[in-house]
Design a protein around this ligand. Sequence first.
Ligand code: AMP
Length: 591
Amino acid sequence: MSTFQTLGLGEAVLQAVDAMGFVTPSEVQEKAIPILLENDTDIVALAQTGTGKTAAFGFPLIEKIDPTNKKTQGLILSPTRELCLQIATEIKNYSKFIPNLNSVAVYGGASISDQARLIKRGAQIIVATPGRMQDMINRGMVDISQINYCILDEADEMLNMGFFEDIKAILSHTPDEKSTWLFSATMPKEVSIIAKKFMSNPVEITVGTKNSSNKNVKHEYYTVTARDRYPALKRLADANPNIFSVIFCRTKRDTQSVAEKLIEDGYNAAAIHGDLSQNQRDLVMKSFRNRQIQMLVATDVAARGIDVNDITHVINYQLPDDIETYNHRSGRTGRAGKDGTSVVITTKSDARRIKSIERILKTTFEKKNVPTGKEICKIQLFNLAEKIEKTEINEEVDQYLPEINSHLEHLTKEELIKKLVTVEFTRFHNYYKKMRDIQPMDDNGRGDREPDSNDGSTRYFINVGEKDGFDWMSLKDLLKDTLNLGSDVVNRVDVKERFSFFNTPSEHAEAVLAAFEDVFLEERKVNIEVSENRGGRDRKRRSGGGGDRDRSRFSRGGGNNSRGNYRGGDRSRNSNDNGGGRDRRKRRDRY
Ligand code: AMP
């Protein structure tokens, strides 16, 4: 295995490597640095963000620059302002021990004349976004006619963002004999065109396989109904108490609304999208980098510059349209050799797209079930215990301890621990005990209606449905009232035209069947049975048997109608139930 010394770097850069705490070169560094140091060649390097590619081109570039000459010798083009600033900072770190080597960042949204002034003072390296660079060239504020090195970083992103013409125009102001180093996570056609048109015999290096995903990133997906998308997100956050994540939405509106809901629900979240001013975006990014924000909800465009280490999860709240975008999203985690998870919250319509991503990125997705309330409470409890164990004692508490001790000394150690963890645990426990769990689903979206033989619940068939004026909310309310077994016993209510299904925990099965023994809906006996078969087959069988069933179910003259409030069709008589149902729906939307 190489070391930074054996790669051929000079003393000053090695000193910087040491200062930054880099110990071993990453794969792209190991492959690119010796080539770039030894030859003045063009290179096409396929490497994901987070693999250490900035140093892969930054170290050799610094070695090759003549710091005694003030003219601009190297130009680095990067897609976004954030990335541009990040690269400029890295270059400054790399060249910390090289006197007189100056680099300047040039990007939109900041004073162009200030940037021009810095360049005029002498900037051997310019790091720029294409738009601002083009602007400065047009205004004669910069001279790149003598550069020796031009680096196109995240070339695929720059082209995605529509910078092809700018790049072409910028390159036309550079000398033909320079070396061009192109770094890209993927190799779409447009990048090949740039490589063919503007580079001569580039050496090609690939980190991992072409179009492959970062090996440090684990891919997972959760299939839910569209209605459960947000509750699933919340559960994923709760099941990962130390989450530090970017959540990708497809539109600015979704981005804003998901962030608002998370904030309302007490998470450290914020949105970043194109409707925010540059200042607002900078503030959000600063808070995110400082970890004041744990969940950053972003559009793809706004997230392009997000180069933050230690992101634990990338969450695809919705899948993007193309696989390259998915690859870029997931590349925000698993950086610098760390592990990361890329999560997709899918609905059944996305199942085929998951398969395509697997095929094209040569990766596999693990299908997961949304954590249950019980699982979340357990995770939170253990997390709390770990936090307590790892908490460094603050000696300032000493002064209060005698008084606190006098309050607590009658408790045994076991009681004290129990109480201590209960404080936090109760919050999650109280919340989740009211919540219906998100049921496992297969990729065809089946499962929410099917009993899961292992989930401890029983599914019932009941012969009332839409024809009787029920929807899932009003039926659920009425079932709950009739059963009187507690507030969260009835779930997965699925109302069909003439019949419905619902679930309760299996322990209530006998009580449920008994509760409906002599219930009538108007003149009709309400019939309830444990649904033995699953899904569609089950429903068909029931409806096919409708004639016989109806005859046996109707009881002329009515039996004991003591539970006669069972008048699903008459909404006015159930106004409380319906109102309650709606309220609950509103509340659920906010979860
Ligand atoms: P990059 O892909 O250039 O954006 O790098 C991702 C992160 O990895 C940056 O924070 C770098 O400072 C860090 N990094 C780059 N190379 C190394 C290395 N050899 N060892 C440890 N960290 C590194």
